[in-house]
Design a protein around this ligand. Structure first.
Ligand code: DUC
Ligand code: ZN
Ligand code: ZN
Length: 466
């Protein structure tokens, strides 16, 4: 029997509208919206009513870049699909798009099936997959078509990490050509990894082993150069391009220049680049290791360009690149050699709050918050309007957000399976109160009400901006 839920009295905020409206949910979907107090809303009957007065009623967040359980750097990301999706829900995210990984010498099918197994029956919220291509060859290229057909419609390539995930320009061009034919979206890790590895070797030879050198060798110019090269390769192939985890002002300029030419080039940044900087990487006593990720954190001057890019739509999406490693036992693998610190930061639980704080701080508007965190990632990766908005027919993935609650981010209170917070001690105004996923309560007035296995795999259509 289907439960009819009425969400009453809140301010509904989507990427396009803000309205005081009641929302009727039936069979896991949004059935209707009507102005609060209107005759239409008064006529609705419901099995339960959730009082949203004083709260925002927003679409559940769509985090299009996570790495649960990723094997990387000699260890594995510490959040499982179970712990990571639970933490995501606590933070107001109701959909993740994680990355299945092809290992060198193995088929895409094998990698994807491994990731289906990891996630199956574990997730508290819905999930989808991108595919990481580590070994572009004739077989892989053919498999890309099959994956697009089964709803895995985006492919990440790496210009960094030689010997691990790295593809050379020829492999990249071939994958882009294939994507231009099958509708797939190429996602690019744009850093010149060959040059970076030379600089790493030279730094270590000089005895520069501290985490801050991670930021120094992974130079802005090598992100900008790779971004430029990726754009040119995509132009030659006639394919669209989505550049992940953009951190440098000069890389934003490359994207802006391409978009000014009308090219189908898109860019994502992450909260760590908007809120953290090389000052964190330079924290003493190896604490900087907590902030080692790639692309790396940049000097704080770059933050203004990222915020500007988000306002001007030269950057369209904020995802987390959630890839947590505990300080004890994992980040510590790189004591005495920064290149052995597993790359990645936790953040899946913090994204919606940090971006709400950015609204209060005047960086973005309230609707832009929802656009970059919910609606655009859903459209970019073929999930809209099922996800990313509150409209009749959409999945009832809905967050009641208290814009006045005060919180202090801390590892003591977060739900991610990691022993530190990248945002420890940061004061935030705003907090998730209640979360529904397809009409079912996952967080109920700050109590966990979800379960592993509620979340289902989402086959995606191709990018909806093309
Ligand atoms: N960057 C990270 O920081 N972690 C995982 C992979 C990546 O590209
Ligand atoms: Zn990457
Ligand atoms: Zn990543």
């Amino acid at each position: 029997m289907s439960i009819r839920t009425l969400i009453s009295g809140g301010l509904v905020v989507t990427a396009s509208d803000e309205l005081h409206a009641d929302v009727l949910v039936e069979d896991g979907r949004v059935a209707a919206l009507a102005a609060h107090g209107s005759a239409a809303a008064a006529a609705w009957t419901a099995d339960r009513t959730i009082d949203a007065s004083g709260k925002y009623v927003i679409p559940g967040g769509v985090d299009a870049h996570t790495h649960m359980e990723l094997p990387f750097g000699g260890t594995s990301a510490s959040d499982t699909f179970e712990t990571g999706t639970r933490a995501a829900a606590w933070g107001g995210t109701t959909t993740i798009v994680d990355f299945a990984v092809q290992s060198v010498g193995h088929a895409l099918r094998e990698g994807l099936d491994t990731w289906y197994d990891k996630a199956d029956g574990k997730c508290a919220i819905d999930y989808a997959f991108h595919m990481i291509l580590s070994d572009v060859n004739e077989g892989t290229l053919k498999e890309m078509d099959l994956l697009v057909g089964e709803g895995v419609t985006s492919f990440k390539l790496f210009m960094a990490y030689p010997g691990v995930f790295y593809s050379d320009d020829g492999q990249i061009l071939r994958a882009m050509q294939r994507a231009s034919g099958n509708g797939g979206l190429i996602m690019m890790h744009a850093e010149n990894g060959i040059a970076i590895d030379v600089l790493v070797e030279q730094a270590l030879a000089r005895g520069e082993t501290d985490p801050r050198h991670h930021g120094e060798v992974r130079k802005v110019l090598l992100e900008a150069e790779a971004t430029h090269r990726a754009i040119q390769l995509a132009r030659v192939a006639g394919s669209p391009l989505y550049v992940v985890h953009v951190s440098a002002e000069e890389a934003v300029a490359e994207l802006a220049g391409a978009r000014d030419k009308g090219l189908p080039v898109f860019g994502e940044t992450c909260p760590q680049y908007l809120f953290l900087s090389t000052d964190n990487l330079a924290e003493p006593d190896f604490q900087g290791a907590k902030y080692v990720c790639s692309t790396p954190l940049r000097p704080r001057e770059h933050q203004a360009a990222l915020w500007r890019g988000l306002r001007t739509n030269d950057l369209q999406v904020v995802s987390t690149d959630h890839c947590p490693f505990c300080f004890r036992g994992q980040k510590e693998l790189g004591r005495g050699d920064f290149s052995k610190i597993p790359n990645g930061l936790p953040g899946v639980e913090n994204r919606m709050d940090l971006l709400h704080q950015a609204v209060l701080d005047g960086h973005i508007s309230r609707r832009r918050w929802i656009e970059i965190a919910c609606a655009t990632p859903a459209r970019m990766f073929g999930l809209y309007p099922q996800k990313g908005t509150i409209a009749p027919g959409s999945d009832a993935d809905i967050v009641l957000y208290d814009p006045h609650a005060e919180q202090v981010i801390s590892a003591e209170t977060h739900h991610m399976n990691v022993d530190y917070s990248a945002y420890e001690g940061r004061r935030i105004t705003g907090r998730v109160d209640t979360v529904l996923s397809r009409g079912e309560l996952v967080i109920d007035r700050r109590e966990y009400a979800g379960r592993p296995g509620h979340g289902v795999f989402l086959p995606r259509s191709t990018c909806q901006y093309l």
